[in-house]
Ligand binder design. Structure first.
Ligand code: IPM
Ligand code: MN
Length: 365
């Protein structure tokens, strides 16, 4: 099997954490005898500096020719004065749109070894395993009209969804719920917004096709509270674009660090993989960023693009093991010195090689 992976490491800590994620994919390829073909291109702030645009044509072409795109992060303080369509983030949004993936999967999992890391009580977070399905191509991010009319002193964006856009992402969420604990929470603001009423009506209609899944609806404000009070009650959470952006950062509190969260975007021509954390300019270049979000993102590449579920599980087990062994990056030991990004990657590699070796020798007997 040959999997063509385009690596767009981007800005800030993107290159540091992506290096460890690619390292993990290389280990899996080598140990498992698979053939991954990596290519690198520019995106975000580095692309603005070198090419004058956050998504250069060469990057877009390479992305469309690949089987999977692995992104690090985009953004930086020096671009803060630019309008949204000129910023590094615009490159990512254009890429998302071009690749066409509309279902952004963001798992939030309470790693047992990190129970003390969450500001929430261990008895609240223990056993939490949530999968957010965030709609990624609609809503306020892309809705028209949008503008800032400086003379009028007014600005507007549009939260727009069509029935088809809701239907396709709802199906993904129901399928995933059906393969898990069979509960789906759909999030909206249907007490105020027409777009949410369409969302709720459409999801309710689709539910009839998935009688094994229990559907509940929550308003986004209530959901934000329930996530902190009773996170274990959630299985799959389906949300529109902006609500999902906000709630998935909130859910990072359950794991103890935003640096732990991976994501995969499916449903389009090419799947896109990105850790949930951003470019973290304050710690960029120091070699202290947590690479586990990016490494778990690599596991999602293995699961959803390479269809190597056993290897994806091996990566996740390796992450669990290094955490149990006590390895922590700075974000996981507030104020104290943690291990470096590279050392964390090396530890994952060590456990992973052992796991894959053991599996192969079992197959050999
Ligand atoms: C995310 C990020 C992006 C988003 C930004 C960088 C455009 O916050 O992936 O969660 O808002 O979708
Ligand atoms: Mn975000």
């Amino acid at each position: 099997m040959k999997l063509k992976v385009l690596v767009v490491a981007g800005d800030g800590i993107g290159p540091e954490v992506t290096k460890e994620a690619v390292g993990v994919l290389r280990s899996v390829a080598e140990l498992g005898g698979y053939d991954f073909d990596f290519r690198e291109e520019l995106i975000g702030g580095v692309a603005i500096k070198k090419e004058g645009t956050p998504l250069p044509p060469a990057t877009l072409d390479a992305a469309l020719e690949s089987d999977a795109v692995l992104l690090g992060a985009v953004g930086g303080n020096e671009f803060n004065a630019l309008p949204p369509n000129k910023r590094p983030e615009a490159g990512l949004l254009q890429l998302r749109q071009a690749l066409g993936g509309f279902a952004n999967l963001r798992p939030s999992f309470a790693w047992p070894a990190l129970a003390q890391n969450s500001p929430l009580k261990a008895e609240v977070v223990n056993g939490t395993d949530i999968l957010f399905v965030r709609e990624l191509l609609g809503g306020l991010y892309f809705g028209e009209p949008r503008a800032w009319d400086k003379e009028a002193g007014a600005a507007w964006n549009t939260m727009r969804y069509t029935r088809d856009e809701v239907t396709r992402v709802a199906r993904v969420a129901f399928e995933l719920a059906s393969s898990r604990r069979k509960k789906l929470t759909s999030v909206d603001k249907a007490n105020v917004l027409e777009v949410s009423q369409l969302w709720r009506a459409t999801v309710t209609e689709i539910a009839a096709q998935y009688p094994d899944v229990t559907l509940e609806h929550q308003y986004v404000d209530a959901c934000a509270m329930h996530l902190m009070n009773t996170p274990r009650n959630f299985d799959v959470v389906l949300t529109e674009n902006l609500f999902g952006d906000i709630l998935s950062d909130e859910a990072a509190v359950i794991t103890g660090s935003l640096g732990m969260l991976p994501s995969a975007t499916i449903g389009g021509a090419v799947n896109l993989y990105e850790p949930v954390h951003g470019s973290a300019p304050d710690i960029a270049g120091k070699g202290i960023a947590n690479p586990l979000g990016a490494i778990l993102t690599a596991a999602m590449v293995l699961r959803y693009s390479a269809h190597l579920d056993q290897d994806a599980q091996a990566v996740e087990t390796a992450v669990r093991t290094v955490l149990e062994q006590g390895y922590r990056t700075a974000d996981l030991v507030r104020g104290q010195q943690g291990v470096s990004t590279q050392e964390m990657g090396r530890q994952v590699h060590l456990v992973l090689s052992e796991l894959i070796d053991r599996r192969q020798s079992m197959h050999a007997v």
